[in-house]
Design a protein around this ligand. Structure first.
Ligand code: BGC
Length: 396
């Protein structure tokens, strides 16, 4: 339940999202950095310097400000803050304090994620989310972040897509540690929920009275040819167990991109309809669907913490965002308490195993000079946000 202590921003948050590893560059003290160098990982290229946002965050924030957006979601890197167990890097904390202060100077709400897919090597080497001590380690880390940054944080997400870390890392064997086991997937999901609670507790002890939640990956699922059982069991693990566990959070972050089809054997790749560069179905209606579903399970405010499209065709991106925002308006009209929308992503960045090929950004990044060039979709989104809901009504 939201307590009186919590301060929710009065305005709807219109933002864009990134993550540390995908844009900072040089986050070498992580499981992902090592994973990319494993020839069997399936990663097409290493992350390397990413978008050099470690050095260029002011430039990124200038763009966000110029678009008239009022919020920015980014993540802080555990591997930089606590490079080895218990050794805290003050210089790193100072850096993130600067990022937060730079947001505040521009009237941009800093929405800070504490864990976005990567683990410090010392954690990964000790068994990561399968070591019973992870709950202590990650809450100690959250305590450090809360103490150092809490007075500036606008909204906090403890963990980004805990269910994707579990799915891709422990069932699909596509992310570190490359395991494929239903039991371990279920176990890690349970550990993730415990980690979130421990982190939330640690953050609440520190300064600041910002809302705290986590960001859940949700989808529209459709069962085809005998896929009902799989849809039910997967959705139970991926969504329902999480949505039932967050009543005492201040909000739930909903992240969605598409709709997937499952038959009795798993994911169906062969389906009708327009596709995105990721091979996903073009399905902006996932926003209204998942927000509605989250609202049915939880009585708490909802923030769309990620939504967007990987495409080289910026016109397709504009069409996607337009239809997504129309869906947002529909659920708001139905009375769902939505407090923000974050487009993924500000920059064309490192898309995990797919490397730099998929373009999720509203801003292009030159891979050699790191020069940023806003695309037409950046202007479009800024205007749509500033003029919402009029902008959306004009689309129908
Ligand atoms: C993740 C991002 C990723 C995006 C697009 C989300 O699952 O949080 O890190 O880049 O989807 O695939």
């Amino acid at each position: 339940m939201t307590t009186d202590r919590i301060h929710f921003p009065q305005e709807f948050s219109w933002g864009t999202a990134t993550s540390g590893y995908q844009i900072e560059g040089g986050d070498s003290n992580t499981d992902w950095w090592r994973f990319e160098r494993d020839p069997d990982s399936g990663t097409v290229e290493p992350c390397g310097d990413a978008c050099d946002s470690w050095n260029r965050y002011e430039e990124d924030l200038d763009i966000i400000q110029s678009l008239g957006l009022n919020a920015y979601r980014f993540s802080v890197e555990w591997s930089r803050i606590e490079p080895t167990r218990g050794a805290i890097s003050q210089a790193t904390l100072d850096h993130y304090r600067d990022v937060i202060a730079s947001c505040r100077r521009r009237s941009i709400l800093p929405v800070v994620t504490l864990h976005h897919f990567t683990l410090p090597l010392w954690v990964a080497d000790a068994g990561g989310f399968e070591n019973p001590d992870i709950e202590h380690w990650i809450s100690d880390y959250a305590r450090v972040v809360g103490e150092a940054l809490g007075d500036g944080i606008g909204i906090a997400c403890t963990i980004n897509e805990p269910n994707i870390v579990a799915l891709m890392g422990y069932l699909m064997a596509s992310f570190p540690p490359k395991v494929s086991s239903w039991e371990r997937f279920v176990d890690v999901n349970r550990v993730m929920r415990a980690c979130h609670l421990a982190m939330r507790g640690a953050l609440r002890e520190g300064p600041g009275n910002y809302p705290i939640g986590f960001a859940l990956s949700m989808q529209e699922y459709e069962a085809v040819d005998g896929g009902d059982d799989l849809v039910n069991s997967l959705r139970h693990e991926m969504e329902d167990e999480y949505l039932r566990s967050c009543d005492d959070d201040d909000f739930i972050g909903v992240q969605c991109y598409t709709k997937i089809f499952l038959d009795a054997n798993g994911l169906v790749e062969d389906f009708e309809g327009e596709r995105t560069e990721m091979g996903y179905l073009f399905w902006p209606q996932c926003v209204e669907y998942t927000v509605r579903r989250a609202a049915q399970f939880t009585g708490i405010p909802i923030i769309v913490t990620e939504n967007g499209i990987g495409t080289n065709d910026d016109e397709q991106r504009i069409r996607y965002l337009g239809e997504a925002l129309q869906g947002l308006k529909k659920v708001q009209d139905e009375g769902v308490d939505v407090r923000g929308y974050f487009q993924w992503s500000l920059l064309d960045n490192f898309e995990w195993t797919f490397g730099y090929r998929p373009k999720f950004g509203i801003v292009a990044v030159d891979r050699t000079t790191f020069a940023r060039t806003p695309k037409p979709s950046a202007q479009w989104y800024g205007e749509a946000a500033r003029n919402y809901p009029r902008s959306v009504a004009a689309l129908s």
